[in-house]
Write a protein that binds this ligand. Structure first.
Ligand code: ZN
Length: 157
């Protein structure tokens, strides 16, 4: 595990603090925002750690992009993850690289249709064709690094 820089979690630095803001209001904001961001930040650190190990094994000094597949049921807010990624990537071979997220919809297996069906959203787990409920999730929980991109010059070095 990379050291977890708690000091960077200063939520106040994410937003300009207003001089006349009332202290109790700030406390409310922190309570609402910290758990969400910490979740994505810890995921971002895990992703960066895995990608860094992969890059080091392949002798890639500088990664330019990381491709990630993210299921809509993974419980990750895309925007928060993108924000957290930039922080987590600092001082690693991934610094300044792009996180490219491919969002995956939910696919269930419908026993009635005997087929996999893509759901239009995550509000209902019913087959969009026949209406049968199904708990057999085929896709939607992914949080996978698919590939790393790097400059050719780096590969030759
Ligand atoms: Zn069906």
């Amino acid at each position: 595990m990379l050291p977890f820089p708690v000091a960077r979690l200063t939520i106040f630095s994410l937003k300009p603090r207003r001089a006349n803001a009332r202290p109790e209001k700030q406390v409310v904001g922190v309570q609402e925002e910290v758990p969400t961001l910490m979740h994505e930040l810890s995921i971002a650190y895990s992703l960066v750690r895995v990608a860094t190990e992969a890059a080091q094994e392949a002798h890639i000094p500088q990664v330019s992009a990381v491709h990630l597949r993210l299921g809509v049921l993974a419980g990750v807010v895309k925007e928060s993850l993108l924000f957290s990624y930039d922080i987590a990537a600092e001082n690693t071979p991934l610094a300044g690289s792009q996180l490219i997220i491919e969002e995956l919809p939910v696919i269930i297996y419908c026993p009635t249709c005997a087929a996999e069906q893509t759901l239009p959203g995550i509000q209902s787990f019913r087959c969009p064709v026949c209406g049968q409920p199904s708990a057999q999730i085929v896709q939607g929980k992914e949080l996978q690094i698919i590939s790393l991109e790097y400059a050719d010059a780096a590969a030759l070095a």
